[in-house]
Design a protein around this ligand. Structure first.
Ligand code: UD1
Length: 361
């Protein structure tokens, strides 16, 4: 049996790892091994997603937790090196752009293991984002680069990457989303009731980027902007632990018509996203999920590594000063029907598994 070791660690990794783990389980000659670095560890940020996505308990949980970037990266490297030594994997799979991704890529390559990066080629060209450094370095040293869209291929080619390494397989997050939507259909009435929401009558917020929440002045500006937006429509804000911690530290109170909740489970969040009038976010994955769901998205950032969501027409960049104006525009706009982005079709995990089967078995 060939061992394919999947490394996950942060909330958005779980949606990307789950469909591939399932698919590899069904693939003859391949044994998937699941490693959770434990970068995210709260029940609501981790375990609840394993349940919702039907992922078994990981074979290894490294319990690396928080720290500065160097501490966190180093802790993960030290711990995962031992797993690599023991398992001697035939392939190590990395997802996305967190510290988990880069730490595992470095440790694996230094031990001469093959690595594959799922969600390769995305670039924001903003070196102040930790994720941009993680993505670039992970792509640079990985052996197989699975891209979600054509811009990924273009970026990698521009960086001089050998085209043999690049494979456009589509967006694996959409695999989980399509699967999750089946459950959402059954539960959405109750979930909306629980939050006292009706379809398309509220805005959904998420906020966690260091560039938005680590600086007191910036966070205050955003909160003020959100309070204004909440005069148009009620807002719901599931609070990320980083943001919660900073709001408390800076003693910033959120007023206005904004319901604050704990981080939501996957099915709950997808339900709220699907039925929102708009989503205002600084997340990466949510820009893609709203694109698939055809829900207007305003991204509270100066740039995005997912430009396809903007050219597609669902997403727009915004800032605290323009937020209200942008929301007003969205509210006036009529919903248009849009085609799906090629290969965002729920079959990405299948395509990746096929590549591994051909290469390894
Ligand atoms: C990480 C990723 C980011 C991703 C985000 C999704 C990096 C560099 N960043 O950012 O790309 O978009 O996850 O959520 O890898 N905390 C808890 N409980 C948890 C996890 C975190 O309380 O389960 C708190 C800790 O105080 C920690 C802080 O949140 O210091 C930040 O967590 P961390 O994993 O460092 O980064 P994220 O902001 O979550």
């Amino acid at each position: 049996m060939k061992k394919v070791l999947l490394v996950v660690g942060i909330r958005p990794n779980f949606m990307k790892g789950a469909p591939l783990f399932r698919e590899l389980k069904k693939t003859r000659g391949i044994k998937p091994i699941l490693v959770h670095t434990g970068q995210h560890y709260d029940y609501k940020m981790s375990k609840s997603f394993f349940k919702a996505l039907d992922l078994p308990d990981p074979d290894y949980n490294l319990d690396a937790r928080s720290g500065t970037h160097s501490e966190q990266t180093a802790k993960i490297m030290l711990k995962i090196e031992k797993v690599f030594q023991k398992e001697r994997p035939d392939m190590v799979v990395l997802f996305g752009d967190g510290n988990t991704t880069l730490a595992a890529a470095l440790a694996a390559k230094k031990m001469h293991f093959l690595t594959a990066h799922v969600e390769a080629g995305l670039r924001s060209f903003d070196e102040e984002m930790p994720e941009e450094i993680n993505r670039r370095l992970t792509d640079n040293i990985s052996d197989l680069l699975f891209t979600p869209s054509v811009d990924g291929n273009k970026n990698l080619k521009k960086e001089g990457v050998n085209s043999n390494k690049i494979l456009m397989v589509g967006n694996i997050m959409i695999d989980s989303l399509m699967e999750g939507l089946k459950t959402v259909t059954k539960k959405e009435k109750k979930i909306l009731n629980d939050y006292k929401l009706t379809k398309k009558s509220y805005g959904l917020l998420t906020l966690h980027r260091p560039s938005n929440v680590d600086d007191k002045g910036k966070l205050k500006k955003i909160v003020n902007g959100l309070e204004l937006v909440s005069k148009r429509l009620p807002l719901v804000l599931p609070l990320h632990p980083r943001t919660k911690k900073n709001l408390e530290m800076y003693r910033i109170k959120i007023k206005g018509n904004i319901t604050i909740t704990k981080p939501l489970g996957y099915i709950e969040f997808v339900t709220l996203m699907k039925n929102a009038r708009f989503v205002l976010t600084d997340s990466g994955g949510i820009q893609e999920e709203t694109t698939y769901l055809n829900v207007p998205c305003l991204t509270l950032r100066d740039n995005t590594e997912r430009p396809v969501t903007i050219t597609h027409g669902t997403n727009k960049l915004t800032n605290p000063g323009n937020m209200l104006k942008d929301v007003d525009r969205v509210l006036k706009r009529k919903q248009t029907v849009r085609k799906n982005i090629p290969l965002w079709d729920g079959k990405t995990a299948k395509r990746i598994s096929k590549v591994f089967a051909n290469k390894l078995v």
